[in-house]
Design a binder for this molecule. Structure first.
Ligand SMILES: Cc1ncc(COP(=O)(O)O)c(C=O)c1O
Length: 404
């Protein structure tokens, strides 16, 4: 155990409540439906689940699994799979097709593709959602318009432009950029495809969450193949919570009688779930939302996800940037025979939190509150790889954002 001077993670246990509130579109069946469609594309393959056994020994837990979503669809992040399924569902709706009888190759048929070429999708994004949408729309043949918040780094903009999307960087933070896109979509009649929900806009984001169930389904299958029946703990990072909703919804359905401990981690400057848990009501976080975790810089929780997550989640952590930076460094420099995982700023937060509470005695109270001990099987999802090479080098090579 190392000593640490100031608190980089704050944690609040959730109030006791029923964990039985299942969501009917986040189930094992949903995951199979998602798989049946997305696996018809050559771009689909199951991403690796890395077992960090040497680190588990050091941290005094039974198992640590990290799902490496940098390998998802060649996009360096998890987002593409939710976007792919969601876009496909919207297209099926528009063309009167049934997704369970549709394959990706149907979209390539000339009579269908001609209609798809007339469709434009628009979204606000910090990077990964827009990158996924640009990729999927290009693959299918639709047009794509993307708006990004100020302070978006050039590599993130370039990545999306390279895929043929029209990209604009605004003068606003993410939430205000989203408001701008809502107006643009209303003016243009384009399909507003957002990974965030608000009153009157839930359908698309729910489809994206449904798409993410395939990630959870793969984790269960891979753990079972490794002789492990289920995780006891799942620590996920949240921006709007659309991702956590899909993943945790699946586990609540599949493991309803042995629900794992579910923990949400957020950046301190964009900790809307943590603040809501403290105030016991839905709270928006405003301002610059400044953090290196660009994908998590969201101050408004997805309202379609919020009530469910409130019911399922056992605790919320609010973390400084140094927590994810530490997670990135440890994943990049494994011990023993453990495999390296390349994880970006937003991808490494859940793991960074685990590393802090297992390695530093100042955080052992959080470890206790989470009931993490020698029997724990902890599942983490590294949701992105090295999506910002300059920042990755600064952190992993040059030690920026150190806890000392
Ligand atoms: C890498 C990464 N991880 C996690 C998230 C969080 O997803 P959500 O906003 O659905 O909570 C994002 C969102 O963009 C992301 O880009």
């Amino acid at each position: 155990m190392q000593k640490n001077k100031s608190k980089h993670c704050e944690y609040i246990s959730a109030e006791k409540k029923s964990s039985k509130m299942e969501c009917d579109f986040l189930t094992a069946k949903s995951a199979e439906k998602v798989y049946d469609f997305v696996s018809t594309s050559d771009d689909y393959s199951c991403t690796p689940l890395v077992a960090l056994d040497s680190l588990a020994d050091r941290y005094g837990v039974k198992k640590i699994y990290v799902k490496d979503e940098s390998k998802r669809m060649g996009l360096n992040a998890f987002k593409g799979v939710g976007v792919f399924y969601g876009v496909a569902r919207i297209i099926c709706e528009k063309l009167g097709l049934d997704i369970s009888e549709t394959s990706f190759s149907d979209f390539m048929k000339p009579e269908i593709n001609e209609k798809l070429r007339k469709l434009t999708f628009i979204a606000a994004t910090d990077g990964n959602h827009g990158n996924g949408l640009a990729y999927v729309t290009k693959m299918i043949g639709c047009k794509c318009v993307i708006y990004m918040p100020k302070n978006t780094t050039k590599p993130r903009v370039d990545l999306i432009r390279e895929k043929g999307a029209e990209v604009f960087v605004t003068e606003y933070n993410y939430d205000d950029t989203l408001r701008l896109v809502i107006d643009k979509a209303a003016e243009s009649g384009w399909v507003h495809f957002q990974d965030q929900a608000w009153e009157g806009y839930k359908e698309i984001t729910n489809l994206i969450s449904e798409g993410y169930t395939i990630i959870a389904h793969e984790c269960m299958k891979q753990m079972n193949e490794d002789g492990v029946s289920q995780p006891t703990h799942i620590i996920l990072q949240a921006g709007a919570g659309t991702f956590a909703f899909g993943i945790l919804g699946y586990f609540v359905n599949v493991l309803s009688d042995s629900k794992p401990q579910m923990i949400i981690s957020e950046p301190k400057n964009a900790n809307c779930y943590y603040q809501s848990a403290i105030k016991k009501e839905y709270i928006n976080v405003t301002g610059e939302l400044e953090t290196i975790m660009a994908g998590l810089a969201v101050g408004e929780a997805n309202i379609a996800a919020y009530d469910y997550l409130y019911n399922w989640v056992d605790g919320y952590a609010s973390c400084d940037d140094v927590v994810s930076a530490r997670g990135m460094r440890i994943l990049a420099n494994p011990i023993g025979d453990d495999k390296k995982v390349v994880s970006g700023e937003s991808g490494a937060l859940g793991f960074g939190l685990l590393s802090m509470i297992c390695d530093h005695e100042d955080y052992s109270d959080i470890k206790e509150k989470c009931n993490i001990d020698e029997n724990s099987i902890v599942l983490l999802i590294s949701t992105e790889g090295n999506t910002d090479p300059e920042m990755y080098e600064k952190i992993v090579w040059n030690g920026a954002y150190n806890i000392i």
